[in-house]
Design a protein around this ligand. Sequence first.
Ligand code: UT7
Length: 327
Amino acid sequence: MTAASGVAGRAAVVSGVGAALPPRIVLNADLTARLDTTDEWIRSRTGIARRHIAGADLSTTDLAVRAAAQALANGEPVTAEAVVVATTTPDRCCPATAPTVATRLGLTGIPAYDLAAGCTGFLYALATAAGFIAAGNARTVLVVGVDRLATLPGPEDRTTVPLFGDGAGAVVLRRGSADEAGALGPVVLGSDGTGADLIRAPRPGALHMDGGEVFRHAVDRMSTASRQAVTAAGWELADVDRLVPHQANSRITAFVACQLGVADDRQLSNIAETGNTGAASIPLLLARSAADGRLKPGHRTLLTSFGAGLTWGATTLTWPDLSHPPS
Ligand code: UT7
């Protein structure tokens, strides 16, 4: 399925980006003290060296508010007219996270809702936010991807504990033109419930994952969705300056880049520092790369993700110059 990228004058344009990571860092060496694993195994099989883990004093809502506030502060001066929070690990079943995030940002009264689509949640949220803008229901939408995936594995499970970290990332979308920098291209989304058992967590601390099978699906689905998104945008794969894949495993992203013919120096990654942060993964990587200069204004950027559900997606944008908002 390809979501509309916006009628003329109602494209969704990225106008701010923000990120939040918990201050506490857990190194691979910290895990080897309590799990039957090694730093070498974790690095070589996943690319992960450390991850940020939230303590009990830092909730999913707290992380979302921090990333959202940064996205609103460091981009164009806009006020959000709707808030969408993508998460699989909310602080509570009910009520949703987004209304509290909106109110803590001083935005009481606007539409605010959560959605869950596993690690693809951020791309699903971008698509629904773009739909709000295209339909004329909002001129600006705050989109947050936030997860505390470190709460899901059983504490003794060496096959999943090393993989996950906590964090949040956010972007502000505003109404604009499809031909300006920052405009989202068509968003390709998909799901396959026959794979629901491959990654499942009936409750926190009880994650089950068929790692090998998930690995194969992740490579296949992200590669296919990426091709579809590039074609839908009217691009060629050779046009892609920066590939921003969901950070689940550096071997997965290397396979995807290889299948797409994207050279290593055009692939962005921060998995070594964050592990898999679920719905936060892509916006965290965007914020980090924009800050350190690996992602520059004018870069033609391809986003792709895969996660529990199974779900997957991809979209494109030309990275905007957030330091020079249009007058
Ligand atoms: O965000 C989307 C959701 N998640 C993913 O995309 C994750 C996708 N899958 C993966 O990233 C990889 O499959 C894993 C990192 C989870 C596992 O890597 P793998 O290369 O597929 O390893 P494996 O599951 O085939 O296990 C190989 C061996 C096994 O031992 P035996 O049976 O060969 O004796 C495991 O028990 O490695 C063992 N193993 C470990 N050894 C040391 C598994 N975890 C560990 C560990 N330390 N932490």
